[in-house]
Ligand binder design. Sequence first.
Ligand SMILES: [Zn+2]
Length: 258
Amino acid sequence: MKISKIILYDEPTVPEINLVSLKNFLEQIFPIVVETRENILKQSAPDTAKKIAECKIFNLRKDFEKNEPTEEEISFEESNFQDTSNTENIVMYDGFHLQKVLSELVTESENRKEIFHVFFTNKLTCTYDYSDYRYHGRALIGANPSIISTTGIIEAPAKPRAYYYELMTNFTRGVNVETVKEKYKGEYLEYHDPRLSNIIEGYLLQAIFYYETGQAFCENENCRLFNAHWQKDLIKSQLEIGRVCQIHQEILNKIIKK
Ligand SMILES: [Zn+2]
Protein backbone atom coordinates (compact mmCIF):
# COMPACT_ATOMS: atom_id res chain seq x y z
CA MET A 1 0.00 0.00 0.00
CA LYS A 2 0.96 3.58 -0.58
CA ILE A 3 -0.37 4.24 2.93
CA SER A 4 1.42 2.90 6.00
CA LYS A 5 -0.45 4.95 8.59
CA ILE A 6 -3.84 6.63 8.87
CA ILE A 7 -4.58 9.52 11.21
CA LEU A 8 -8.23 10.27 11.98
CA TYR A 9 -8.98 13.73 13.39
CA ASP A 10 -12.10 14.10 15.49
CA GLU A 11 -15.02 16.49 15.13
CA PRO A 12 -16.02 16.92 18.78
CA THR A 13 -19.51 18.28 18.00
CA VAL A 14 -20.49 14.94 16.49
CA PRO A 15 -19.74 12.16 19.03
CA GLU A 16 -21.60 9.67 16.81
CA ILE A 17 -18.53 9.59 14.54
CA ASN A 18 -16.95 7.30 17.14
CA LEU A 19 -13.28 7.38 16.15
CA VAL A 20 -12.37 4.33 18.23
CA SER A 21 -14.88 2.20 16.36
CA LEU A 22 -13.62 3.55 13.01
CA LYS A 23 -10.02 2.82 14.01
CA ASN A 24 -10.99 -0.79 14.79
CA PHE A 25 -12.86 -1.07 11.50
CA LEU A 26 -9.85 0.09 9.48
CA GLU A 27 -7.35 -2.01 11.42
CA GLN A 28 -9.41 -5.13 10.75
CA ILE A 29 -9.18 -4.52 6.99
CA PHE A 30 -5.80 -2.90 6.46
CA PRO A 31 -2.46 -4.03 7.87
CA ILE A 32 -1.61 -0.52 9.02
CA VAL A 33 -1.52 1.64 12.10
CA VAL A 34 -4.51 3.90 12.69
CA GLU A 35 -4.15 6.77 15.09
CA THR A 36 -6.96 8.94 16.45
CA ARG A 37 -6.46 12.57 17.34
CA GLU A 38 -8.41 15.60 18.42
CA ASN A 39 -9.59 18.08 15.82
CA ILE A 40 -6.73 19.57 13.79
CA LEU A 41 -8.13 23.06 14.44
CA LYS A 42 -6.98 22.76 18.06
CA GLN A 43 -3.47 23.34 16.73
CA SER A 44 -4.50 26.02 14.27
CA ALA A 45 -2.35 28.98 13.30
CA PRO A 46 -3.42 32.59 14.13
CA ASP A 47 -4.82 33.25 10.65
CA THR A 48 -6.62 29.90 10.25
CA ALA A 49 -10.04 31.28 11.25
CA LYS A 50 -9.76 33.99 8.60
CA LYS A 51 -8.67 31.51 5.94
CA ILE A 52 -11.58 29.20 6.76
CA ALA A 53 -14.05 32.10 6.66
CA GLU A 54 -12.66 32.96 3.22
CA CYS A 55 -13.86 29.54 1.98
CA LYS A 56 -17.53 30.28 2.69
CA ILE A 57 -19.85 30.31 -0.29
CA PHE A 58 -23.03 32.30 -0.61
CA ASN A 59 -24.04 31.93 -4.24
CA LEU A 60 -24.53 28.31 -5.29
CA ARG A 61 -24.63 29.26 -8.97
CA LYS A 62 -21.23 30.95 -9.04
CA ASP A 63 -17.83 29.30 -8.98
CA PHE A 64 -15.57 30.04 -6.03
CA GLU A 65 -14.83 33.63 -5.17
CA LYS A 66 -12.83 34.28 -2.05
CA ASN A 67 -15.12 35.62 0.66
CA GLU A 68 -13.90 38.79 2.36
CA PRO A 69 -14.82 37.80 5.90
CA THR A 70 -16.19 40.19 8.48
CA GLU A 71 -14.86 40.23 12.05
CA GLU A 72 -18.00 38.31 13.11
CA GLU A 73 -17.35 35.58 10.58
CA ILE A 74 -13.77 35.22 11.75
CA SER A 75 -14.71 35.07 15.42
CA PHE A 76 -17.45 32.54 14.58
CA GLU A 77 -14.78 30.26 13.12
CA GLU A 78 -12.47 30.88 16.07
CA SER A 79 -15.19 30.02 18.58
CA ASN A 80 -15.84 26.79 16.67
CA PHE A 81 -12.30 25.61 17.41
CA GLN A 82 -13.17 25.27 21.08
CA ASP A 83 -16.94 25.35 21.40
CA THR A 84 -18.63 22.01 20.93
CA SER A 85 -22.18 23.21 21.38
CA ASN A 86 -22.72 24.29 17.80
CA THR A 87 -23.77 20.93 16.43
CA GLU A 88 -25.63 21.95 13.29
CA ASN A 89 -23.39 24.00 11.09
CA ILE A 90 -25.17 24.43 7.78
CA VAL A 91 -22.83 27.06 6.51
CA MET A 92 -21.47 26.13 3.11
CA TYR A 93 -17.77 26.03 2.33
CA ASP A 94 -15.85 25.34 -0.84
CA GLY A 95 -14.52 21.85 -0.11
CA PHE A 96 -11.28 22.09 -2.07
CA HIS A 97 -10.30 25.45 -0.64
CA LEU A 98 -11.15 24.28 2.87
CA GLN A 99 -9.06 21.16 2.23
CA LYS A 100 -6.12 23.39 1.35
CA VAL A 101 -6.46 25.46 4.54
CA LEU A 102 -6.70 22.38 6.75
CA SER A 103 -3.85 20.59 5.00
CA GLU A 104 -1.54 23.49 5.87
CA LEU A 105 -2.04 22.56 9.53
CA VAL A 106 -0.39 19.17 9.08
CA THR A 107 3.18 19.36 10.32
CA GLU A 108 5.95 18.98 7.80
CA SER A 109 7.18 15.74 9.33
CA GLU A 110 3.74 14.18 8.86
CA ASN A 111 3.04 15.67 5.48
CA ARG A 112 4.19 12.55 3.66
CA LYS A 113 2.46 10.42 1.08
CA GLU A 114 2.54 7.27 3.24
CA ILE A 115 0.62 9.02 6.03
CA PHE A 116 -3.03 9.37 5.16
CA HIS A 117 -4.92 12.08 7.06
CA VAL A 118 -8.70 12.21 7.43
CA PHE A 119 -10.37 15.28 8.91
CA PHE A 120 -13.92 15.03 10.14
CA THR A 121 -15.96 18.21 10.10
CA ASN A 122 -19.51 19.36 10.70
CA LYS A 123 -19.05 22.07 8.07
CA LEU A 124 -21.02 21.49 4.89
CA THR A 125 -18.39 20.98 2.20
CA CYS A 126 -19.48 21.73 -1.36
CA THR A 127 -17.84 21.53 -4.77
CA TYR A 128 -18.69 23.48 -7.91
CA ASP A 129 -19.84 21.31 -10.75
CA TYR A 130 -19.34 22.58 -14.30
CA SER A 131 -21.86 20.08 -15.72
CA ASP A 132 -24.74 22.08 -14.23
CA TYR A 133 -22.90 25.23 -13.12
CA ARG A 134 -23.70 25.02 -9.46
CA TYR A 135 -22.34 23.94 -6.11
CA HIS A 136 -23.37 20.60 -4.62
CA GLY A 137 -22.98 19.43 -1.04
CA ARG A 138 -20.38 16.67 -0.69
CA ALA A 139 -19.83 14.18 2.08
CA LEU A 140 -16.28 13.42 0.94
CA ILE A 141 -13.48 15.60 -0.35
CA GLY A 142 -11.07 12.96 -1.59
CA ALA A 143 -7.39 13.90 -1.36
CA ASN A 144 -4.65 13.62 1.23
CA PRO A 145 -5.77 14.97 3.65
CA SER A 146 -9.34 13.89 2.95
CA ILE A 147 -12.33 15.61 4.51
CA ILE A 148 -15.45 13.75 5.58
CA SER A 149 -18.34 16.09 6.32
CA THR A 150 -20.99 14.70 8.67
CA THR A 151 -23.35 17.49 7.59
CA GLY A 152 -22.61 16.48 3.98
CA ILE A 153 -23.59 12.88 4.75
CA ILE A 154 -26.91 14.10 6.19
CA GLU A 155 -27.65 16.87 3.70
CA ALA A 156 -26.06 15.84 0.36
CA PRO A 157 -27.85 12.58 -0.51
CA ALA A 158 -31.50 13.52 -1.04
CA LYS A 159 -34.32 12.40 1.22
CA PRO A 160 -37.25 10.38 -0.21
CA ARG A 161 -39.17 12.15 -3.00
CA ALA A 162 -42.42 11.56 -1.11
CA TYR A 163 -40.95 13.41 1.87
CA TYR A 164 -40.36 16.58 -0.16
CA TYR A 165 -43.73 16.17 -1.85
CA GLU A 166 -45.54 15.96 1.46
CA LEU A 167 -43.62 18.88 2.87
CA MET A 168 -44.66 21.00 -0.11
CA THR A 169 -48.30 19.93 -0.28
CA ASN A 170 -48.79 20.04 3.46
CA PHE A 171 -47.08 23.38 3.77
CA THR A 172 -50.10 25.18 2.34
CA ARG A 173 -52.43 23.20 4.60
CA GLY A 174 -50.50 24.22 7.69
CA VAL A 175 -49.37 20.71 8.65
CA ASN A 176 -46.39 20.69 10.96
CA VAL A 177 -43.02 19.90 9.37
CA GLU A 178 -42.25 17.71 12.39
CA THR A 179 -45.26 15.49 11.58
CA VAL A 180 -43.92 14.83 8.09
CA LYS A 181 -40.42 14.24 9.48
CA GLU A 182 -41.81 11.73 11.96
CA LYS A 183 -43.58 9.80 9.21
CA TYR A 184 -40.36 9.24 7.26
CA LYS A 185 -38.14 8.75 10.29
CA GLY A 186 -35.52 6.07 9.72
CA GLU A 187 -35.56 6.47 5.94
CA TYR A 188 -32.90 9.14 6.05
CA LEU A 189 -30.11 10.14 8.40
CA GLU A 190 -30.69 12.84 10.95
CA TYR A 191 -28.29 14.89 13.05
CA HIS A 192 -26.86 12.71 15.81
CA ASP A 193 -28.12 9.60 14.08
CA PRO A 194 -26.68 6.52 15.85
CA ARG A 195 -26.07 4.90 12.41
CA LEU A 196 -23.57 7.59 11.43
CA SER A 197 -20.40 5.74 12.44
CA ASN A 198 -21.27 2.69 10.33
CA ILE A 199 -22.13 4.92 7.37
CA ILE A 200 -18.79 6.73 7.74
CA GLU A 201 -16.93 3.42 7.35
CA GLY A 202 -18.03 3.42 3.70
CA TYR A 203 -16.81 6.97 3.13
CA LEU A 204 -13.46 6.03 4.68
CA LEU A 205 -13.19 3.14 2.24
CA GLN A 206 -14.01 5.51 -0.64
CA ALA A 207 -11.33 7.95 0.53
CA ILE A 208 -8.71 5.19 0.79
CA PHE A 209 -9.66 3.60 -2.54
CA TYR A 210 -9.43 7.00 -4.21
CA TYR A 211 -5.97 7.60 -2.79
CA GLU A 212 -4.70 4.13 -3.62
CA THR A 213 -6.33 3.59 -7.02
CA GLY A 214 -7.62 6.95 -8.29
CA GLN A 215 -11.18 5.55 -8.21
CA ALA A 216 -13.42 6.26 -5.24
CA PHE A 217 -16.76 5.02 -6.48
CA CYS A 218 -18.53 1.94 -7.77
CA GLU A 219 -21.56 1.78 -10.06
CA ASN A 220 -22.96 -1.14 -8.12
CA GLU A 221 -25.46 -0.05 -5.47
CA ASN A 222 -24.66 -3.24 -3.57
CA CYS A 223 -21.16 -1.97 -2.80
CA ARG A 224 -19.89 0.33 -0.05
CA LEU A 225 -18.14 2.37 -2.72
CA PHE A 226 -21.48 3.27 -4.33
CA ASN A 227 -21.81 7.05 -4.69
CA ALA A 228 -25.29 7.41 -3.23
CA HIS A 229 -27.37 10.39 -4.34
CA TRP A 230 -30.36 9.31 -2.27
CA GLN A 231 -30.48 8.61 1.44
CA LYS A 232 -32.20 5.28 0.85
CA ASP A 233 -29.34 4.15 -1.42
CA LEU A 234 -26.81 5.30 1.16
CA ILE A 235 -28.54 3.35 3.93
CA LYS A 236 -28.88 0.31 1.67
CA SER A 237 -25.27 0.21 0.42
CA GLN A 238 -23.69 1.00 3.79
CA LEU A 239 -25.97 -0.72 6.31
CA GLU A 240 -28.03 -3.40 4.59
CA ILE A 241 -25.28 -4.59 2.22
CA GLY A 242 -22.38 -3.34 4.34
CA ARG A 243 -19.54 -4.70 2.20
CA VAL A 244 -17.76 -4.04 -1.08
CA CYS A 245 -18.74 -5.88 -4.27
CA GLN A 246 -16.74 -8.85 -5.62
CA ILE A 247 -14.75 -6.66 -8.02
CA HIS A 248 -13.73 -4.24 -5.29
CA GLN A 249 -12.99 -7.03 -2.85
CA GLU A 250 -10.42 -8.32 -5.36
CA ILE A 251 -8.96 -4.83 -5.81
CA LEU A 252 -8.86 -4.46 -2.03
CA ASN A 253 -6.98 -7.76 -1.69
CA LYS A 254 -4.42 -6.50 -4.20
CA ILE A 255 -4.04 -3.11 -2.45
CA ILE A 256 -3.39 -4.82 0.87
CA LYS A 257 -0.74 -7.14 -0.59
CA LYS A 258 1.17 -4.41 -2.43
ZN1 LIG B 1 -17.79 -2.13 -6.05
